[in-house]
Design a protein around this ligand. Structure first.
Ligand code: FE
Length: 178
């Protein structure tokens, strides 16, 4: 089960790993994504979702040939600690990519080669019916906003606040202990 301390330990033990096929670390990607959400004036819950959207990659042994469904593992593990305003944008951030590829032709062209490769493993762009169903689902808007921060959070050597800054926001968002 995840706690704030366990999240901190995951970043400490696995955060220096490369973020997919990109040229930055998992921790740098998470901090940039959180910073983009914070600078956009998002609610704390979405800043926390941005920080933790790929925590599943830190929890799972990775494969380049199988989709490990890191979004589901992360959302389920985070549910002990956070409400749906954190867990569901995390769960839906891959669906949001499949949705955006279906409804916005220019979006696909912005994806990095690594993201195009993972899109294929994740099932490719939605068809019209699935895109419509996604758009109508709860938390779809927040998931799409998170997706856009995610796609931008790949800048080499971008300055960000430290992890502790965002863990403090996460601690504020966490449920009271039962
Ligand atoms: Fe990501």
């Amino acid at each position: 089960m995840l706690t704030i301390e366990r999240i901190e330990a995951l970043f400490a033990s696995h955060g220096t790993e490369w973020y997919g096929g990109e040229s930055i670390s998992q921790t740098a990607h998470a901090l940039q994504c959180a910073q983009l959400a914070e600078q956009a004036g998002e609610p704390d819950a979405l800043v926390v979702a941005a920080l933790l959207h790929d925590i599943g990659h830190l929890m799972l042994a990775e494969s380049t040939t199988t989709d490990m469904r890191h979004q589901e593992a992360a959302a389920d593990a985070l549910a002990a600690l956070f409400g749906e305003d954190v867990t569901e944008p995390v769960r839906l951030h891959v669906a949001a990519k499949r949705y955006l590829c279906a409804v916005d032709r220019s979006y696909f062209d912005t994806l990095s080669p690594a993201s195009v490769q993972s899109l294929a493993l994740q099932g490719g762009p939605y068809d019209a019916a699935r895109a419509e169903a996604f758009a109508a689902s709860a938390h779809a808007d927040a998931a799409v906003r998170l997706r856009r921060y995610d796609d931008l959070a790949k800048v080499v050597d971008m300055a960000t606040p430290p992890l502790a800054h965002y863990l403090a926001i996460a601690a504020r968002c966490a449920r009271a202990p039962l």
